[in-house]
Design a protein. Structure first.
Length: 284
């Protein structure tokens, strides 16, 4: 008698479910929390957005301010928007150094081994950098109250000024991603960023009037996006300044729109280059 196989007794193996990672929002919030945890454990990381901006405010307001006179203008409240613009420009520093460190230490490679989107790494780093820089802006706002700075044109205009500041910071973050991905060491990042971002912030109307500069230098300074951002904040916050010259360039007569154009333009140009550099650096 031939035994008949009972196919009903044979267990059919089920395919293992494909690992599915957390949703995009969960990925980003987890990585933002991870980046901010570094600040909690290493509070000295906040010196660039707390102690340094306050030092700049006090140095320029009380040490150099006596020699940087603007006729008919109270220099101290006029100065504060410029220092805020400088601080938000330095957000590129934060991203570049943090991203370069993560790549160099293999942190990005470990994250790539998880079911996580590569874009979540960059988005979370950008959000953490904006939070980091916003702390500095908040500290400077409080410091400004002690030196005579006030918001004179209402809540809406105040929020517009702060919004333009964060928008420009977002554009600067892409520069940081590009530099952090392209450079091979933190020392190289520091060298490149310091020799570019730092002079650009001073070659503007952030700290001094531009109409006393040589004509060629004045043209560069007045078309500097930092100048448009500083002017936009002064206009929206009701900070008194010298009347603009009739022949002043378009960005100073329309600083809000100019800041938006600069921010969008920088993002559109730099973001694809930054993504390409990041992908090239983190692809096996």
């Amino acid at each position: 008698m031939t035994a008949q196989s009972d196919t009903s007794s044979i267990a059919v193996p089920h395919a293992s479910p494909t690992p599915v990672g957390a949703g995009r929002v969960r990925q980003i919030t987890t990585l933002v929390r991870r980046n901010l945890t570094h600040i909690k454990r290493q509070p000295e990381m906040l010196t660039d957005v707390t102690i340094q901006p306050v030092m700049f405010v006090l140095l320029f307001a009380y040490v150099f301010g006596g020699s940087i006179q603007i006729p008919g203008v109270d220099y101290k409240p006029w100065l504060l928007p410029g220092i805020m613009a400088q601080t938000i420009a330095f957000s590129a520093f934060i991203v570049a150094i943090g991203l370069n460190t993560d790549i160099g230490k293999g942190m990005v490679d470990r994250l790539r081994s998880l079911p996580i989107r590569r874009s979540s790494i960059l988005i979370s780093r950008s959000i953490a950098a904006l939070i980091h820089s916003s702390i500095g802006v908040a500290v400077m706002s409080v410091t400004g109250l002690f030196i005579g700075w006030r918001l004179h044109d209402g809540v809406v205009n105040a929020l517009i000024g702060y919004g333009l500041l964060l928008l420009f910071g977002f554009a600067m973050i892409w520069i940081g991603i590009l530099v952090g991905s392209a450079m091979r060491s933190v020392e190289a990042v520091n060298g490149l960023m310091f020799t570019t971002i730092f002079p650009i912030t001073f070659l503007s109307n952030a700290f001094a009037r531009t109409d006393v500069m040589p004509s060629w230098l004045r043209t560069v300074a007045e078309w500097n996006p930092i100048s448009a951002l500083s002017q936009a904040m002064r206009d929206n916050w009701g900070v008194a300044g010298q009347p603009l010259r009739a022949d002043a360039p378009w960005p100073l007569h329309h600083p809000e729109l100019a800041t938006i154009i600069w921010s969008v333009g920088i993002t559109l140009v730099i973001a694809p280059l930054a993504l390409r550099a990041f992908n090239a650096r983190t692809t096996d």
